[in-house]
Ligand binder design. Structure first.
Ligand code: CMC
Length: 392
């Protein structure tokens, strides 16, 4: 019609102003509120990054203490939530369970649903950051038939999560600092990534005034897709399917075949066309974890390195500027931590919750916030007559 700009996939549409995350895809740069991801990954922990994204700056010691206390105060979920879990088939995909349970939080926390009140928004944000690890661990325990483990607030955010995942009542659980640090890095690297599909989903859902728990549930649903958060699970499945380095050339041939829909999972990014800075940090962590666990000969890691090397030299990938993304290595790290493949996207959701809620809060705080309502180019029937059924 000429009235609207047609931009499938939003390749050239900026849907909002945001001061949270900056990405320069050509340079491979990722900054949160001005701080390079490489520095945050080394000098901060996940709660520092949560504070940064939500409140605008890194906390000092006092602010950090207050923020951690606030988060730990909310780590428990309502005891009735367990009945919600028990309504799912035991073999349900944990992402299905998580989508439902996070959506259900809106039924439990009516006291923080006034989105026009900044204090309510903050309480909801804290509740979400605090409860996601508890819910993710419960989804895992339910799936494996193990008893739920309550949060232990004296532990750090990531150590508490590891304990809720892996402790059981029969033996003492020992915290391994290298593994906790690795999980924390996964969380930091996935915390926010400006207007990706799930964040845009959260913003669009929130633009109608929907409550934050419902909006985050919408984000989780979007994240599940294999082109987005499901990529880490798909990348690991792919490595297992390839199986051994000799089979890489045949696999690459299939990827290059235009008739096939096979993709090299964990490769390519809409914005990064040089390299993904998160992938470099994740690869480092992958190395540390395998070293710590004495798994440096782990065949999957070797296969991933070999596949990366071959792809990076191949004309097909070079000409399309396809590089490993964060999910290429995060699956191997999670596998080494003992996290099953079906839980990978839940871990991503747990990390991204802060990004979603910080972006949602930023949007709701805008004075002239409008409902998101894209238009279309209509390509269907011109007007015609609807006849009674016997005349059709
Ligand atoms: N393997 C093989 N070919 C690829 C791949 C890949 N992983 N990614 C893109 N291409 C090809 C694509 O077929 C197209 O080729 P041609 O020009 O001949 O038609 C060209 O590269 C451009 O790709 P595109 O599909 O236009 O790129 P996009 O920006 O729309 O897609 C992407 C980005 C991430 C969805 C895509 O690269 C992909 O599906 N990658 C695999 C899944 C994945 O790893 N996703 C995780 C992204 S990072 C974490 C997150 O944000 O969730």
């Amino acid at each position: 019609t000429g009235k609207f700009t047609y931009d499938p996939g939003f390749m050239s549409t900026a849907a909002c102003n945001s001061a949270i995350t900056y990405i320069d895809g050509e340079k491979g740069e990722l900054l949160h509120r001005g701080y390079p991801i490489e520095q945050l990954a080394v000098h901060g922990d996940f709660l520092d990054v949560c504070h940064l994204l939500l409140k605008g700056d890194l906390p000092n010691l006092e602010q950090k203490r207050e923020f951690s206390e606030l988060v730990t105060k909310h780590t428990m979920v309502h005891e009735q939530m367990q009945f919600f879990f028990r309504g799912f088939r035991r073999d349900s995909h944990p992402m299905a369970v998580l989508t439902g349970c996070v959506g259900a939080l809106s039924a439990f926390y009516h006291d923080s649903l006034n989105i026009n009140d900044a204090r309510h928004r903050e309480v909801s944000a804290i509740r979400l950051i605090a409860k996601l690890p508890t819910l993710v661990a419960m989804a895992y325990k339910y799936n494996t038939g193990m008893p739920f483990v309550y949060p232990l607030n004296e532990l750090s955010y990531s150590a508490n999560f590891m304990r809720m995942m892996f402790a059981n009542p029969c033996e003492e659980y020992k915290i391994n600092d290298v593994l906790v640090r690795a999980l924390d890095r996964i969380l930091i690297l996935h915390a926010d990534h400006e207007q990706n599909a799930s964040t845009s989903t959260v913003r669009l859902a929130g633009s109608s005034g929907a409550n934050p728990f419902a909006c985050v549930a919408a984000g989780i649903a979007c994240l599940w897709g294999p082109a987005h958060g499901g990529a880490n699970e798909a990348a690991l499945n792919m490595l297992e399917e390839i199986g051994s380095p000799e089979r890489i050339p045949e696999f690459i041939r299939q990827v290059k075949d235009k008739q096939s829909s096979v993709k090299l999972m964990g490769f390519g990014h809409r914005v990064y066309k040089n390299y993904d800075p998160r992938a470099k940090l994740m690869r480092e962590t992958c190395h540390d974890v395998l070293e710590e666990l004495g798994l440096h000969d782990e065949p999957l890691f070797k296969l991933a390195m070999e596949l990366e090397k071959i792809a990076l030299e191949d004309e097909y990938f070079v000409s399309r500027k396809l590089y490993p993304n964060v999910d290429f290595y995060s699956g191997i790290v999670q596998r080494a931590l003992g996290i099953p493949t079906s839980m990978f996207t839940c871990i991503f959701a747990m990390a991204r919750t802060i990004g979603w809620i910080a972006q949602w809060n930023e949007m709701i705080s805008e004075p002239d916030q409008k409902i998101g309502r894209p238009r279309q180019l209509f390509v269907g029937q011109t007007p015609r007559e609807a006849k009674p059924i016997e005349q059709r």
